[in-house]
Ligand binder design. Sequence first.
Ligand SMILES: Cc1cc2nc3c(=O)[nH]c(=O)nc-3n(C[C@H](O)[C@H](O)[C@H](O)COP(=O)(O)OP(=O)(O)OC[C@H]3O[C@@H](n4cnc5c(N)ncnc54)[C@H](O)[C@@H]3O)c2cc1C
Length: 404
Amino acid sequence: MPWLTDENRHWQEKARTVAEKVIRPLAADYDRKQEYPWKIRDAIAEAGLFKVWIPKTYGGAGEGPQSVMNLCLVVEQLSRACGGVGVLFAVNALGSFPLLVGGTEEQKQKYLPKIASGEKLCAFCLSEKTAGSDAQALKVRGVQDGDGWRIHGEKKWTTNGGAANLYTVFAVTDPTAKGKRISAFLVETGDEGFSIGKVEDKMGIRCVPVVETRFEGVLLGTDRLLGGRPGYGFKHAMETLDLARPGVASQAMGLAQGALELATIYTSKRSQFGAPVNSFQMVQQILADMAMRTEAARQLIYAAAHAIDTGSPLVTKFSAMSKCFATDTAMQVTTDAVQLFGGYGYMKDYPIEKYMRDAKITQIYEGTNQVQRLVIARNLIRESANFSFLSEFIPTENQHVYEG
Ligand SMILES: Cc1cc2nc3c(=O)[nH]c(=O)nc-3n(C[C@H](O)[C@H](O)[C@H](O)COP(=O)(O)OP(=O)(O)OC[C@H]3O[C@@H](n4cnc5c(N)ncnc54)[C@H](O)[C@@H]3O)c2cc1C
């Protein structure tokens, strides 16, 4: 990409090296065992990759308030070798963005340097059994207790749960309020009453744990209330998702890129009817479509990351568009890649089927793609107010025929 800066390329190459030297050779084994890859975590930390989205003032490498472009470039490279590792890395950004957008100076000083070094791993606890797309329907409660707060309830689908030692937990603190009902809390492993419940057995991203997390009257001081004030949790959760969605998009696009590369090589080596299968035009068309879609996803992600890093007002829409387009692309491209491998593609002996399994979840988490389309449409409708000057070119209620 000619328009990437030297710094962007520096992080991209570092991630590529870790992906090819450490991750790719181990990916199938961790997928089979469904085990957290501490060796890979160590290699990522050693390469300094946990620093990329954290500002320099807090021990990171980011120039601005965050550096989502570098985050995306790293996630893309890691996911090209293993989609599970892509999210294992990106979920730390998801879990720590609430601190960046809403933490007090003290909270930032306390946690961010340890996250940047890889010492602290993070998780983001928003979803519950009965609160998925409807994230306002939370049942986990935060109840004031003396100077502090007690957290009661259970969260579902906590990615990185058990491996992480810092959990950003969203809880209802004022059930009767119309707005400002929800607050965010910082829970650490070892806090009394906090435990890990069911560990999920998953279709894909199997090297990263996804678990239920339990909060049985966990007592926290006010220093663990994000931003030091109640009622801002939902706002911080939505701001966090705006920043994090291009990361999921990059996980998906990295998977698409990795699958495309494997399919391109395989179809040049595999012969049928006395010729390499890539000499057949129907195969070439599939490869060309895979490449176009993957590249279009990449450009949209970079546009979204650039919008975030430069403080554009279009962040929410771009972020949702990049997530939705790249993850639909990944599902299509990885499925096509399996098709191009023929019967071998369906077998666990080869890595390509894992790309397809890892891709599916990207259409579901951090807001399903149906929800992304709602977000995009809502923003479009809002923006349509800027185009009122076009009113004279559309039919009015009483005049459905264009008479221009
Ligand atoms: C492996 C995995 C990891 C996850 N990691 C995390 C995590 O780390 N932290 C976290 O907080 N959450 C996490 N999640 C939760 C994830 O974000 C939710 O699963 C997702 O938001 C969807 O919620 P749901 O599963 O309850 O589906 P539901 O909300 O019940 O949706 C069911 C279906 O209805 C559709 N639907 C719902 N509402 C609408 C609507 N208004 N319009 C159109 N269609 C709609 C959905 O698109 C979906 O197809 C994870 C989930 C999984 C499976």
